[in-house]
Design a protein around this ligand. Structure first.
Ligand code: NAD
Length: 476
């Protein structure tokens, strides 16, 4: 069993805490590693290192900082196969998808390295003829990054890359379920000649280590990707110091399938979206609204496709889905489906834990006879479960899709360009996919409306999250 150390101030060090967190391979049930259950002392040491390193890091040129990002991308590529295997075993992500995540993460470091000579300040017209107004963009300072378990390696880069490029320093906490790829990366970073303290990785629980990082006066910004509940905790915890927060939280993405849609394309898109990484992806369709003229056909085709989903060992060549992340998640899904059934939902396929020798599997599940006010239609399930509801009119579909406390992503399937443009105008979500599902581009801007978050990540606007402005008025 592997044992990892904290990465603080440029070195792999023992935690101040003597407690450990065991990491389970969800497919085999085996304990595969342990990481420190870090405490407030670890948080303080990492933040102090980040604080001490920040001014010198910010005073380097952005192009110089970008050089380190490129080295990180190269290290990831050189170790891409081992990293993918580590990722697949710590979270039961099928190996091809784990490989995509590792490769995308390397590209992400390169992408943000490319911004070094691109981001800029502004010159603003003054009311006085003999005055210039200059707007500078400066790093926020010390960033705390807190990651979820579903895309642990990519989300790590989504925080580390823009933070370092802009001259911030960062302390990053991985999820206790999936710290291994991050700490394998820490071992690689320890071999780079990155200035000490610029990048720190510490493990521990959200409630203790996470809270200590968020409430510290050394912290200038907190960026969390996680649940709405964790986001709410962080808003409360950051109030005292009025610390900036950037929050990417849960979703309940609607897919609207109009009666002129390519049904096979829609079925494939929604199916892939529902079973990719066992339904544990924030931007994937969690509810579908299908025009009544094609409703029965859609349900029949989707249930047929769902019944044929092959699941099993994440390392097997022919599976598309594996175990849920842990027993608690499997139980949560099962309880939600049980309540939906008690509330009148009909199970077309699935509807129960899968009978497998190991792992925490849940059968791909299609539910009909659901009402808009049911929990299964309103709350994030984060499993391979899809309620499908019929609609008659365009306005009805849009109203049902918008009737939700989350506002992360949405999708529409139609061949009519007018319906495409009108629905983009009417849908109240940070992202809308047309005739396809999930996966945002690194050059876009991934940001949720309503309870799905504050701020966002990726592209130019994601970079701006890590910068603050200073305006100078220059008389001459
Ligand atoms: P989670 O909220 O349980 O945990 C996320 C991280 O927050 C963990 O590292 C955890 O230790 C930490 N944490 C929890 N409470 C904390 C607190 N009070 N103070 C400080 N840190 C705390 O989420 P999860 O189960 O790991 O991830 C799944 C959730 O993440 C889903 O809701 C999913 O939709 C969401 N998610 C959103 C996006 C997005 O881009 N919007 C991407 C991926 C996942």
């Amino acid at each position: 069993m592997k044992s990892y150390q904290q990465f603080i101030n440029g070195s792999l060090v023992n935690s101040r805490s003597t407690e450990w967190i065991e990491v389970e391979n969800p497919y085999t049930g085996e304990i595969i590693s342990r990481v420190p259950n870090g405490d407030a002392a670890d948080a303080h040491a990492a933040l102090e290192a980040a604080r001490n390193a920040q001014s010198a890091w910010a005073s380097r040129s952005a192009a110089d900082r970008a050089g380190y990002l490129k080295q990180m991308a190269a290290l990831i590529r050189a170790n891409r196969v081992n990293l993918a295997r580590t990722l697949a075993s710590e979270q039961a992500k099928i190996l091809p998808l784990a490989q995509v995540e590792i490769d995308f993460t390397a590209d992400y470091f390169d992408y943000y390295a490319g911004w070094a000579r691109v981001y800029e300040g502004e010159i603003i017209n003054s009311d006085s003829p003999r005055e210039n107004i200059l707007l500078f963009r400066k790093p926020i300072g010390v960033v705390v990054g807190i990651c979820p378990w579903n895309f642990p390696f990519f989300v790590m880069a989504r925080k580390v890359a823009p933070a370092l490029l802009t001259g911030c320093t960062i302390v990053l906490k991985p999820s206790s379920n999936t710290p291994n790829t991050t700490f394998e990366f820490a071992k690689m970073v320890a071999e780079l000649n990155l200035p000490k303290g610029v990048l720190n990785f510490v493990s521990g629980s959200g409630k203790t280590l996470g809270n200590a990082l968020v409430t510290s006066p050394l912290t200038d910004m907190v960026t969390l990707t996680g649940s709405v509940e964790a986001g709410q905790d962080i808003i409360r915890a950051s109030a005292n110091n009025v610390t900036k927060v950037s929050l990417e939280l849960g979703g309940k993405a609607p897919a609207i399938i109009f009666d002129d849609a390519d049904i096979d394309l829609a079925v494939k898109g929604v199916l892939d979206s529902r079973v990719i990484f066992s339904g544990q992806v924030c931007n994937c369709a969690e509810r579908a609204y299908v025009h009544k003229n094609i409703y029965e056909q859609f349900v029949e085709k989707l249930s047929h496709a769902m019944k044929n989903v092959k699941y099993g060992d994440p390392f097997a060549a022919d599976v598309v889905m594996s175990s849920q992340i842990d027993k608690a998640q499997q139980l949560k899904i099962d309880e939600m489906v049980t309540r939906a059934k008690a509330d009148g939902a009909q199970v077309v396929t699935g509807g129960k834990k899968a009978d497998m020798p190991t792992g925490y599997f849940y059968e791909p599940t299609l539910l009909t006879a659901c009402r808009q006010d049911m929990e299964i239609v309103q709350k994030e399930v984060f499993g391979p479960v899809l309620p499908v509801l019929p609609f008659s009119e365009y306005e009805e579909a849009i109203a049902l899709a918008n009737d939700c406390e989350y506002g992360l992503t949405s999708s529409v399937f139609t061949k009519n360009i007018n319906t495409v443009m009108q629905s983009i105008k009417d849908l109240k979500f940070g992202e809308t996919y047309v005739n396809r599902e999930h996966f945002e581009g690194m050059q876009g801007f991934h940001a949720g409306w309503r309870k799905s978050g504050i701020g966002g990540a990726d592209g130019k606007h994601g970079l701006m999250e890590y910068l603050q402005t200073q305006v100078a008025y220059i008389r001459y």
